[in-house]
Ligand binder design. Structure first.
Ligand code: MG
Length: 218
């Protein structure tokens, strides 16, 4: 069980599930040659995949190609099922910076065979998370610069304005499938620029207003 902190308060949340959206930025869909999905493409990371600030991503021995994906993370503050879009933002406790570390070679094999993605997406250390900033301190989460550096090289640099599905729609659609509970986290997809990382790399993920998340790779 992993706990995340809401900054500026003593409040902590035990993370239940991490529900992740794939293919939510059109330029990223293009770079991987995927199709724009009609319905959200979802997968879940277990709480055992979470690591925190300054911790280490450990690439599993069964992969030779681990990619970074920087993503806006949404922390759920209250229980909900079948949440209508117009009430969705009331379920958000805060926003944070996340990495959806992905074993691209393993995922490509699984996709080819039509198999689930867990081996590529849900491994231990695959979900670095920052602390969360209270939702009421972020005027518009759909207008934040989002970027990622490997060592000092800028690899991803976009805006959450480029998300195709916005947070109210994401929460509404997810909650029609899975009850959202306090402490659940939603990862909202990555912009273009994903690429490989190697042992020894330092990753710095940043989202405007939310601060930065730094991890190393082993
Ligand atoms: Mg992702």
């Amino acid at each position: 069980m992993h706990t995340v902190r809401l900054t500026g308060s003593h409040k902590t949340y035990r993370v239940g599930k991490v529900v992740c959206l794939a293919r939510n930025y059109s330029e990223h869909i293009r770079e991987l040659g995927n199709e724009v999905p009609e319905k959200p493409v979802l997968f879940i990371k277990p709480s055992s995949s979470i690591i925190g600030q300054k911790e280490t991503v450990v690439i599993p021995l069964y992969s030779n190609e681990c990619h970074h994906e920087v993503e806006l993370a949404v922390l759920i503050g209250k229980w909900g099922r079948n949440i209508p879009e117009e009430n969705a933002m009331a379920h958000v406790a805060g926003y944070g910076v996340a990495l959806d570390m992905t074993l691209r070679d393993v995922q490509a094999e699984l996709k080819k065979k039509g198999l689930p993605w867990e081996a590529a997406k849900a491994f231990d250390t695959s979900c670095p998370l920052s602390d969360f900033v209270p939702a009421d301190r972020i005027a518009d989460p759909h207008r934040l610069r989002i970027s990622l550096k490997v060592n000092s090289e800028l690899r991803q640099d976009s805006s959450t304005a480029c998300m195709m599905r916005r947070i109210p729609a994401i929460i509404s659609e997810i909650s029609a499938m899975f009850t959202l509970e306090q402490g659940d986290v939603i990862l909202t997809g990555t912009p273009e620029g994903v690429g490989p990382v190697a042992a020894g790399d330092q990753l710095t993920a940043e989202i405007e207003g939310l601060g930065s998340l730094e991890v190393s790779v082993r």
